[in-house]
Design a protein around this ligand. Structure first.
Ligand SMILES: [Zn+2]
Length: 297
């Protein structure tokens, strides 16, 4: 049994603040410890249940959050490639989609993006479960905050979930004590891996039809071949979910570039650049407060 863990950070047990998930913040060091501890708990339970290998994709912010020195020595951190042969996948430490209610750090892939897939609102759980489905990999378990579990009931209705925290506000949560959460995670992994007959493969409908709403750079994005503009949303039709994930990464880059271009224009308009720093700070604070699709995955 080859187990794959796709590990995000927002829904990791014990992480209760936005800051603990942000690389540049001092609180991130604590988040890194908690993320590694959770992946270790899952992996140890998987090995006890008979896994011959446990591979981990570090999904948060493009990777680099899982420090090898903190991980169980038999865990392999692997690239974002599902074609390497896995029997079952666990989605751990996840968050709900952009716009979800009572959700901790809800967003879809990046700040300022909302997605509709197969005609209904979708987030990363939908994308990852269907991407796994393209490779015939079933999803055995989903963990995260309460809103993640609720979302899993709509997009992964055959898969058990484990809730380890509850949002207080968009950027604050109350989590189960870490020991208790890890105990629950281990028990759940033992139960799930012992019942392969209940693993479920979520195959996407093809071609993949999606609507993407961007906070900025919409016009630029609409110029990409295969993307069309429709009532302010971008309509895309693609051969695979992986192609959609890759396209969303391009949209993210376009949004970043437009943001940077606006900043450059502001500096050009004010050579003394006196207010730039203050304005950037205010913008970032504003992003934090909004209950919407904000920080990056
Ligand atoms: Zn993340």
């Amino acid at each position: 049994m080859r187990v794959l863990i796709i590990a995000d950070m927002e829904g990791v047990s014990g992480i209760e603040t936005y800051e603990a998930t942000v690389r540049t913040h001092p609180a991130y060091a604590g988040g890194v410890q908690l993320m590694a501890a959770e992946v270790n708990a899952l992996a140890e339970a998987a090995f006890e249940a008979g896994a011959v290998s446990v591979s981990v994709i570090d999904w948060h912010g493009g990777g680099g959050n899982l420090r090898p020195d903190l991980l169980h020595p038999r865990i392999a951190v692997v690239p974002e490639d599902l074609g390497r042969g896995y029997d079952v996948a666990i989605l751990s430490g996840f968050h709900a989609m952009a716009g979800a209610e009572n959700a901790f750090l809800s967003h879809t892939m990046t700040s300022g993006l909302a997605l509709t897939l197969e005609g209904r609102p979708a987030g990363e759980l939908a994308l990852l479960s269907r991407w796994a489905g393209e490779h015939e990999i079933p999803i055995g378990l989903v963990t995260g905050d309460r809103a993640t579990s609720l979302e899993a009931e709509t997009w992964l209705d055959q898969t058990p979930t484990l809730t380890v925290k509850q949002a207080v506000t968009w950027d604050r949560a109350t989590a189960l004590p870490v020991e208790q959460a890890h105990r629950a995670l281990r028990e759940m992994v033992a139960r799930v891996l012992g019942r392969p007959d209940r693993w479920w493969v979520y195959r996407p409908t093809r071609p993949v039809e999606a609507l993407v709403r961007l906070q900025r750079a919409t016009e630029l994005a609409a110029r990409i071949p295969g993307v069309s503009l429709e009532d302010g949303s971008l309509r895309v039709r693609l051969p695979s979910v992986k192609a959609l994930i890759d396209l969303i990464d391009v949209f993210t880059a376009l949004m970043r570039s437009e943001e940077q271009r606006e900043l450059l224009e502001a500096i050009a308009a004010d050579p003394a650049a006196g207010l730039i720093l203050e304005r950037e700070r205010a913008r970032r604070r504003g992003q934090l407060r909004r209950a919407g699709p904000w920080p990056s995955r």
